[in-house]
Design a protein. Structure first.
Length: 96
């Protein structure tokens, strides 16, 4: 049971890292620090968008419009951490 739990935790950690990378890249592009027309930036941005959008899209559709502020990544990170702690609690019998 513990190897499956380890794999589950690692997948959540990797997805959280990719989500944070997507947020940072989006901020850098919006402030004009990084040019999104460069091929490597466009490739990385497209990859991160395709990985994160399946979970961010439904959250964005259900959240109220806050103007230019998008807090859906924060909601997703909190949700992922909640799921990880809940699964670990019931699998091991202890909370982190």
């Amino acid at each position: 049971m513990f190897p499956i739990l380890w794999l589950f935790n690692k997948l959540i950690e990797i997805y959280s890292f990719l989500l944070l990378a997507y947020v940072i890249l989006t901020v850098l592009i919006n402030f004009g620090i990084v040019n999104s027309r460069q091929p490597i930036v466009a490739t990385i941005g497209e990859f991160l968008y395709r990985i994160t959008e399946p979970l961010l899209g439904p959250i964005r559709r259900r959240m109220p419009d806050l103007g230019p502020i998008d807090i859906s990544p924060v909601v997703l990170l909190l949700g992922l951490q909640f799921i990880a702690v809940t699964v670990n609690y019931y699998a091991k019998g202890i909370a982190f």
